[in-house]
Design a protein around this ligand. Structure first.
Ligand code: IMP
Length: 195
């Protein structure tokens, strides 16, 4: 079975991606691969940050690997927090503080349209390839649910009547940006395997 390193320290993301992979590939998180670094995300786009994370791990391990960068893009906030989603609330950043800042900035705004966008960067046999997944939805005014992570308690995906945080993982995956990007990656890898 093909082994791939997933360049992340986020256990929630590892669990989500493992459930999508469904044992079709052997996934190693950074922890599994014995790598203990915090990879910086210094760039102004998801694409550049995803590339940087994959490049750092590829240089360290010389193994095929992939990374992902995700942002919550809110229409009435001109696409913010976007690439800054993880550090939206600044120095005292936390999932809780990030949501507080988002709700404060949205205030009573009528347009609460938003989307999660994931960009995956694969480095395979030294070549880079990007895959994108988008999930459109709405930001609600108060948190609902305890599952998931990040902005999940205030995000209701299009076609659902509850937040990501009210869904078990298999239900989140029916809508998820990360799952959509991952499916494109898997299709590519399976076609490459067949070559
Ligand atoms: P990054 O890709 O680790 O930089 O993620 C950026 C931030 O976006 C995370 O810290 C979370 O706050 C948020 N985020 C990413 N993916 C999700 C998701 O699936 N649900 C909710 N929040 C997410």
């Amino acid at each position: 079975m093909k082994t791939l390193i997933f360049a992340t320290n986020n256990d929630h993301k590892v669990a989500e991606i493992k459930s999508v992979l469904n044992n079709r590939f052997n996934l190693l998180s950074l922890k599994d691969a014995g790598i203990n670094i915090d990879i910086p995300e210094p760039y102004p786009t998801l694409e550049e940050n995803a590339r940087e994370k994959a490049r750092v791990i590829n240089r360290l391990t010389d193994e095929d690997c992939f990374s992902e960068d995700t942002g919550l893009e809110v229409t009435s906030l001109n696409g913010e927090p976007g690439v800054k989603s993880a550090r939206y609330s600044g120095e005292n950043r936390s999932f809780e503080n990030n949501i507080d800042k988002l709700l404060l900035n949205l205030g009573h705004q009528k347009n609460r349209e938003a989307q999660f966008r994931t960009v995956i960067c694969l480095i395979r046999k030294g070549k880079e390839k990007l895959f994108e997944g988008v999930c459109k939805g709405t930001i609600i005014a108060e948190r609902k649910g305890n599952a998931g992570f990040g902005y999940d308690p205030v995000f209701v995906p299009e076609g659902a009547e509850k937040t990501f945080a009210e869904m078990p993982l298999n239900e989140k995956n029916l809508f998820s940006h990360r799952k959509k990007a991952m499916e494109k990656l898997i299709t590519f890898l399976l076609s490459e395997e067949a070559d």
